[in-house]
Design a protein around this ligand. Structure first.
Ligand SMILES: [Zn+2]
Length: 153
C-alpha cells in the first residue's frame, strides 16, 4: 500500500516548498536535507520553532523565508492545519492507546501464566501506563510511517 497519485503529487509539492529557505539577516540560502524535509511534511508536529541557517546556525523559523516568501514558521503551521484529524488522533492519542492496550494485555497474560498473586487490574493499569509512555516515544515515527504508506492524509 502506498500513496495515491494525488497524495504523491501533494506530498512532492509540499516537500518542494519546504526544501530551501533564505535568512534575510545574513542573506544566505539553506538547502534542507531531503530526509528532514520529508519528516517535516509527514509530521509537522515533530519540530519546534528553531531551525538551522547554513551561515548563522540555529535561528527562529519565523526568521527564514521559503521560495513563496512565507516564513518557515508560517509554512509549518499550514502543514499542521492541513493534517487531517485522523493523523492528529493517531499522532497524539492512537499510538499511545494501542501501546497501552497491548502492554496491559501482555501484563495480564504474564500474570495469569505465572500464576502470580498481584491483582490483575493493578498489573493491567501499571502496564497500560508504561505503554502510554512507550507509545509517546514512538508516536511520531509511527504516524510518519503510516502517512508514507498513504494513510492519514
Ligand atoms: Zn543566517
Amino acid at each position: 500500500m502506498g500513496m495515491t497519485p494525488e497524495q504523491t503529487e501533494h506530498f512532492r509539492r509540499r516537500c518542494d516548498m519546504m526544501s530551501e529557505y533564505v535568512h534575510p539577516e545574513c542573506g544566505k540560502r539553506t538547502q534542507v536535507p531531503p530526509k528532514f524535509v520529508e519528516a517535516m511534511v509527514l509530521d509537522p508536529y515533530a519540530f519546534n520553532n528553531m531551525t538551522m541557517c547554513s551561515h548563522c546556525g540555529e535561528v527562529l523559523t519565523s526568521k527564514v523565508f521559503m521560495r513563496n516568501k512565507k516564513s518557515a514558521k508560517h509554512m509549518v503551521s499550514l502543514l499542521r492545519k492541513e493534517a487531517p484529524i485522523s493523523f492528529k488522533f493517531v499522532r497524539f492519542i492512537g499510538v499511545r492507546i494501542a501501546f497501552a492496550v497491548i502492554a496491559a494485555i501482555i501484563g495480564v497474560i504474564v500474570q495469569v501464566v505465572s500464576m502470580d498473586f498481584l491483582p490483575l487490574a493493578g498489573v493491567a493499569g501499571i502496564m497500560a501506563a508504561i505503554g502510554v509512555l512507550l507509545g509517546g516515544a514512538f508516536d511520531s515515527s509511527i504516524a510518519m510511517a503510516l502517512r508514507r504508506r498513504g494513510m492519514l492524509w
